[in-house]
Design a protein around this ligand. Structure first.
Ligand code: UT7
Length: 311
């Protein structure tokens, strides 16, 4: 067999500023009760830049892998909120961290982190790279209309990522699925220099369907069923979306990682934040199968089944 990939390091970062649901009350026609019941979010973090959060998360992941930055031979940064239009934020992040080789940004909205992991695995599988830093970072507060109660309460800032290393003896990436349906563009978009606009209910309905279908395809390709999944790491948009998807997949909520109550929807940051949180709570053991599943603007979706082997 050719090269496979293992996750050998992980890290995350969130800004210091905590914004509670109570802080929206009075300013917007909303309440802590409505936000908690309809979304599961209690508080979120706002602040930092996409590059500053990426650098912190990336340095932590490299340290956890026991590597030095120069060992990394490719950096992939999933983001929809780059610091600047040009250059790619990954260029600045690569420079500040000190990685070797190439670096590029990838934009597949909230599904982008799983896209980026699969691309990283593919570059290793093709024999092009040996050690890939895959980061997901967004600062959605910068493109959120704080006068729109339908979005202001949801979106937030955060980052996370993993180090993927080439292996010759085993491949921890067992199956994956990537998809897109651009006909859904009108239900979630941001024009250049403008705020995110969303038809929440439409996104909600499609989200559950695409997550379930995509996760089933990834599990089928991996040759496993939901009974084999030790931990589900879904995109953190709404607790009701996670519950509905897990229910249809027959994965009990005890096997899902949920961090949206503390961090809100951080787009590309959400899946690695949920992965790192689960690891820090000792919820992952070597050999466990992890199901990643995300969806986002596009509409995009992506799922992957990855064996956790620790480091
Ligand atoms: O990362 C991917 C991007 N986005 C998502 O995944 C979001 C997906 N969608 C959702 O999470 C949910 O649709 C929302 C949380 C955005 C909304 O929850 P919902 O249960 O789907 O509510 P709804 O849009 O059907 O609205 C119900 C009512 C409406 O009032 P009327 O028309 O019934 O009078 C809304 O105007 O709730 C109203 N509403 C609010 N009320 C209090 C909408 N936002 C708020 C709010 N506080 N913040």
């Amino acid at each position: 067999m050719g090269f496979g990939a293992r996750i050998t390091g992980w890290g995350s970062a969130v800004p210091d500023t905590v914004v509670t649901n109570a802080e929206f009350e009075g300013r917007l026609a909303t309440s802590d009760e409505w936000i908690t019941e309809r979304t599961g979010i209690k508080e979120r973090r706002w602040g930092g830049t996409t590059s500053s959060l990426s650098i912190e998360a990336g340095n932590a992941a490299i340290k956890r892998a026991g590597l030095s930055a120069a060992d990394i031979d490719l950096l992939i940064l999933s983001t929809t909120t780059p610091d600047q239009a040009v250059p790619a934020t990954s260029a600045v992040v690569s420079h500040k961290i000190g990685t070797s080789g190439g670096a590029f940004d990838l934009n597949a909205a909230c599904a982008g982190y799983v896209y980026a992991m699969v691309v990283g695995r593919a570059m290793i599988g093709a024999g092009v790279n040996k050690k890939v830093l895959v980061l997901g970072a967004d600062t959605l507060s910068r493109i959120t209309d704080m006068d729109d109660r339908g979005t202001a309460i949801l979106f937030a800032d955060g980052a996370g990522g993993v180090v993927l290393e080439a292996t010759e003896d085993q491949d921890d990436f067992l199956g994956w699925d990537l998809g897109v349906d651009g006909s859904a563009q009108p239900i979630l978009y941001a024009d250049h220099g403008s705020y995110l606009r969303m038809e929440g209910r439409e996104v909600y309905k499609k989200a559950v369907r695409v997550m379930v279908e995509s996760a089933e395809i990834a599990m089928h390709r991996a040759g496993v069923t939901s009974d084999d999944i030790a931990l589900c790491v879904p995109h953190q948009a709404n607790i009701r979306i996670i519950e509905a998807a897990c229910n249809r997949l027959s994965i009990p909520m005890e096997r899902a990682s949920v961090v949206l109550d503390r961090f809100g929807n951080t787009s590309s940051g959400s899946i690695p934040l949920a992965l790192v949180d689960a690891e820090e709570r000792n919820r992952l053991n070597p050999g466990d199968l992890v199901l990643f599943s995300g969806f986002g603007a596009g509409m995009t979706w992506a799922s992957a089944v990855v064996r956790w082997s620790g480091n």
